[in-house]
Design a protein around this ligand. Structure first.
Ligand SMILES: NC(=O)c1ccc[n+]([C@@H]2O[C@H](COP(=O)([O-])OP(=O)(O)OC[C@H]3O[C@@H](n4cnc5c(N)ncnc54)[C@H](OP(=O)(O)O)[C@@H]3O)[C@@H](O)[C@H]2O)c1
Length: 258
């Protein structure tokens, strides 16, 4: 895909992997609508991305909670109104938590499902018919390298099993959508140095050094978008050579994400 002049939505783009993805797309000439909940961080991200973007690129921030259907509808409508159509959807917004299951707060289950599963599936559902009509579109989804573990890692049973379900949904959708010319890709990152993993309280400095940079994940996204129209990477895994996950049990104090 020649990215110059294309349009994209990137969710969870106020920081972390999503921010880096949106910034790289804008640098390549893609106009982006970026989404996250915290308005202040989002506004700053818009300014930072604008400062690095190619000329003529639009960068728009839309405060969105992907767990809310009405917010997703608004997000998609803004992108349609501003750009006319959507070429690329990057589903990335996600939250994580680690608990022994019996200690996991009951409402944390809903938070994880609504954000990490329904947040992705609903936004695809909102965008898919226009893409089908145009017979093109790329939908890139940030899943998780933890889905490669069977059983999923202890303490991450809810988070990882939801991502397994998401990966399964996306794999099935890949086969349905390829007939329409639409590409569905799952990215499976290992452990990346972001706020999400910054919550790992017990991580040693040696383990911290093993975390991969978000730029490595961005490269996977760019690879997925660079493949010729007649082919599509279904799943791209980029895993650390050695990670804290190789320990059988990780103990760290849970800091509840908002
Ligand atoms: N970091 C890793 O090691 C790793 C590994 C595998 C997979 N992943 C996946 O990669 C994705 C990005 O992770 P990250 O490490 O970049 O996380 P991060 O640094 O914590 O950033 C998360 C982004 O998502 C936004 N977000 C969170 N909940 C949201 C919601 N309900 N609605 C809208 N936006 C929301 C956050 O902004 P607000 O809080 O302001 O909403 C922020 O912009 C996630 O799906 C994660 O599961 C990460």
């Amino acid at each position: 895909m020649d990215l110059n002049g294309k349009t994209a939505i990137v969710t969870g783009a106020s920081r972390g992997i999503g921010f880096k993805v949106a910034a790289r797309l804008a640098k390549e000439g893609v106009s982006v609508v970026i989404a996250a909940r915290d308005q202040e961080t989002l506004n700053k991200a818009v300014e930072d991305i604008k400062a690095q973007s190619a000329s003529g690129v639009k960068v728009i921030g839309v405060a969105t909670d992907v767990a809310k259907l009405s917010d997703l509808e608004n997000l998609y409508n803004v992108a349609k109104k501003e750009f006319g159509h959507l070429d690329i959807l990057v589903n990335n917004a996600g939250v994580s938590s680690q608990y022994p299951f019996e200690k996991q707060p009951i409402d944390d289950l809903e938070r994880l499902v609504m954000t990490n599963y329904l947040g992705y599936v609903r936004l695809i559902r909102l965008a898919i018919n226009d893409m089908i009509q145009r017979k093109q579109g790329a939908i890139i989804n940030m899943v998780s390298g933890s889905t490669l573990c069977d059983p999923v890692p202890r303490g991450f049973v809810t988070y990882s099993s939801i991502k397994v379900g998401l990966k399964s949904f996306l794999k099935g959708l890949f086969w349905e959508m390829r007939d329409h010319g639409i590409k569905i890709t799952s990215i499976l990152p290992g452990v990346v140095d972001t706020d999400l993993t910054g919550k790992l309280q017990d991580i040693t400095s040696e383990e911290k050094e093993r975390l991969m940079s978000a730029d490595t994940v961005v490269d996977m996204v760019m690879f997925a978008l660079s493949v010729p129209q007649n082919a599509c990477p279904l799943e791209l895994a980029v895993i650390n050579q050695k990670t804290p996950w190789t320990r059988p049990v990780i103990d760290f104090k849970q800091q509840q994400a908002k």
